[in-house]
Ligand binder design. Structure first.
Ligand SMILES: [Zn+2]
Length: 303
């Protein structure tokens, strides 16, 4: 084959590969009842949306045990889809996203089964298993071959302070102690324990309050958040969600290459007016975070 022919062949192959890349279509899975959806991704990021669903089913019991919360985290499904679209448009990447469409009245997808997830109604357990099995599969896929992956459990809060609350499974008093460098975590797991085990040079204070903390990246991208270098720790009087059962489960020792956090979005950040800006800020913070801590080299796709 002469040089020109070879060059033409190479050009053809490169164009074909580029076309393939822009055409890639990843599967979207549903269970038979469409109670749970799994958008398969192709990057080391898994987002679950446990409390945005509104589907009610007459034949299923309503959770009624003591302390059962049944409120919807409004517009969190829409926010996850906005994040997905931003990643596709800007980076030609798709995060894994698992959405619960069934209402929290029937199943709380951010509670363990022995912690009021279905209030003991076995009939309601099927979508719980589907949701959790799909998060598990997505994380295994995203962190295969020793790759690091990030897990985010996405929620909406109704607290007064309009800022994102980052839950590392560390409460306000623990955050205070970490800031004072008096925190003794012993064997207690938090949601970035696995990351700290791998990044030996990184300490917990820096990881939560430093220049390269997730909250700091959010604020730098126009999305107010705590804890961060700009908004350290909520005061005693301020309400704060520190992370739930999903974050605990999916960043545990069982997933040694996974680190993550819970994001609780304020109502303003989820509003029609601000949501696309919030999605952009979250996505850009994730890219910065993954490039540093998951050893990725995510760059904006060429137009
Ligand atoms: Zn929630």
């Amino acid at each position: 084959m002469n040089k020109i022919k070879l060059m033409l062949l190479l050009m053809l192959l490169t164009t074909a590969a580029a076309a393939q890349k822009s055409r890639k279509k990843l599967p979207v899975h549903f269970d038979a009842e469409k109670w749970v959806e799994y958008v398969e991704g192709d990057m080391p990021l898994v987002i679950s949306v446990p409390h945005g669903g509104r589907v009610t089913v007459d034949s299923l019991p309503i959770r009624d045990c003591k302390g059962a919360i049944t409120g919807v985290d409004g517009r969190t499904i829409e926010l996850a889809r906005d994040i997905q679209h931003y990643f596709k448009k800007t980076y030609n990447l798709v995060p894994h996203i698992i959405i619960s469409h069934i209402a929290r009245k029937h199943v709380d997808q951010n509670r363990e089964l022995d912690n009021k997830a279905t209030c003991g109604y076995e009939k309601n357990e099927k979508p719980w298993h589907t949701f959790h099995n799909w998060v598990d599969s997505a994380l295994n896929l995203a962190s295969s071959n020793g790759k690091r992956a990030m897990y985010i459990d996405l929620h909406g809060h109704g607290h007064k302070n309009q800022r994102l609350e980052i839950g590392y499974n560390l409460g306000k008093s623990e955050l205070e102690k970490i800031l004072d460098e008096t925190y003794k975590h012993g064997s207690k797991y938090h949601s970035i324990t696995n990351l700290l085990k791998q990044e030996r040079g990184l300490n917990l204070k820096e990881a939560i309050f430093g220049e390269k903390a997730f909250g700091t990246f959010l604020v730098n991208n126009g999305v107010p958040a705590t804890p961060s270098s700009q908004d350290l720790v909520p005061t005693k009087e301020e309400l704060f969600f520190s992370g739930g059962d999903n974050t605990r489960r999916f960043t545990s020792e069982k997933y040694p290459n996974v680190f993550g956090l819970q994001i609780e979005c304020d109502s303003s950040a989820r509003s029609e007016a601000k949501r696309s800006n919030t999605a952009k800020g979250i996505a850009e913070a994730i890219v910065q975070y993954l490039n540093i801590y998951a050893n990725t080299q995510i760059e904006a796709a060429k137009k």
